[in-house]
Each structure stands twice: as C-alpha cells, then as structure tokens.
Design a protein around this ligand. Structure first.
Ligand SMILES: Cc1cc2nc3c(=O)[nH]c(=O)nc-3n(C[C@H](O)[C@H](O)[C@H](O)COP(=O)(O)OP(=O)(O)OC[C@H]3O[C@@H](n4cnc5c(N)ncnc54)[C@H](O)[C@@H]3O)c2cc1C
Length: 174
C-alpha cells in the first residue's frame, strides 16, 4: 500500500492479486450533491478536488477517467439505537456499517450473523430474548470498531494539516 497526503486529501494505491485499487479520499465541509448514476459527474468531482496536487496525481486521475469500474461514495456509518424491531433483525452494513475505513465490514457482517444465530440457539428460537441478547452483547464490539474507523480517517488516512501528516508519518499505523 502507498499513501500520498496533502491536508484534507489522500491518494491510496492498494495492490493485491495483480491489480491495484486507486483510492482518492477528501474532506468536504458540506454535502456534495451528485447523481449516483452519473459517473462522468463523479469523475469531475474527483478531478476538481485533486488536479494539480503533485506526486503521481495527474497520471492517476487519468486512470479514473478511463476506468469502467469507478465507485464513488462518502465514508458513512450506520448507527441505530436498536437493530431489531418486531420479528425483524438487521445484520451487517444495514444495521451497523462501519465504512470502508474500518477494513472490517465483512467481519462485522459475519460476526453479527453468528451472534444472532448463537442468541437464537441459546434461547431456543425465542426471538424476543434472542434479540435482546443480540442488541446487548454485540454492541460494545460494533461501537469499538466504528470509533476506530473514525479515528483512522481523521488521524491516519486523511490528516487535516501538514503537522498532522508529519505526526502520522512518525507512527507505524498500517
Ligand atoms: C469501497 C469499499 C471497500 C471495502 N473494503 C473492505 C475491506 O477491505 N474489508 C472488509 O472487511 N470490508 C470492506 N468493505 C465493506 C464490506 O464490503 C461490507 O461491510 C460488507 O460487504 C457488508 O456485508 P453485508 O452482507 O452486510 O451487505 P452487502 O455485502 O451490501 O450485501 C447486501 C446484499 O443485499 C442485496 N440487496 C439489497 N437490497 C435488496 C433487496 N431489496 N432485495 C434483495 N437483495 C437486496 C445487495 O445486492 C447485496 O448483495 C468495503 C466496502 C466498500 C464500499
């Protein structure tokens, strides 16, 4: 993995399985309105944020323009006071998405599914009691992962000042 930062912006190159993901991340003070089906508009937003930022930015922006697999979204998390209602229980991203910054989304989904299955087994299918257990027992783990993801974005992925970038560079974070 390679990471390039200027305050409020990051470019990450993540290589695995003979391919490299190119990830552009940036802070925006306000919500950016966009059409999630309009890829050209999303490419323009990335271009406007990163044009002229140095390093390999120009070359990597060209990759974005020619990519047919672009994905554009904001880092967001789902926080709900309860993951169950009536007979319905939410598992994974639907209930407690921690954002890609956690690097744990798939694990949370599987841990969540296992916690729900264990609770239903423990209470012999009584979903009222099982859902209470599920909501109570899994919550500390979810909250910890979500808090770590927020910290990761702020301190490691997209530090907001030159000083914060320098401080991050002194730490072994990845
Ligand atoms: C860019 C990016 C990078 C990521 N990197 C990582 C990583 O490195 N490691 C990691 O662990 N996690 C990562 N994640 C997060 C991870 O992908 C998710 O947290 C995980 O896939 C969530 O699993 P899920 O089963 O809860 O939801 P999903 O995987 O989203 O599954 C939900 C499924 O429901 C289907 N669906 C939706 N609506 C309906 C409907 N009405 N009827 C029927 N089906 C429906 C969807 O098509 C989808 O297949 C990343 C996420 C993103 C966006």
């Amino acid at each position: 993995m390679q990471l390039f930062n200027v305050p409020d912006k990051a470019i990450t190159l993540n290589a695995y399985n003979k391919k490299t993901d190119v990830i552009f991340s940036f802070y925006s003070e306000k919500e950016i309105p966009y059409d999630y089906r309009d890829v050209e508009q999303q490419q323009r937003i990335v271009w406007e944020q990163f044009a002229g930022q140095g390093w390999r930015t120009e070359e990597l922006l060209k990759e974005v323009q020619h990519s047919n697999k672009m994905y554009f979204d904001k880092f967001c998390q789902i926080k709900m006071p309860s993951w169950t209602k009536g007979r319905v229980a939410l598992v994974g991203d639907a209930g407690y998405c921690a954002s890609p910054a956690a690097g744990m989304g798939a694990s949370l989904s599987m841990e969540g599914a296992a916690a729900l299955a264990d609770a239903l087994q423990k209470h012999n299918g009584d979903f009222h009691l099982a859902f209470q257990d599920y909501n109570k027992n899994l919550r500390p783990f979810i909250e910890e992962v979500q808090a770590t993801a927020e910290l990761n974005v702020r301190e490691n992925f997209i530090p907001r000042t030159e000083e914060a970038i320098r401080l991050r560079n002194t730490k072994q974070v990845f």
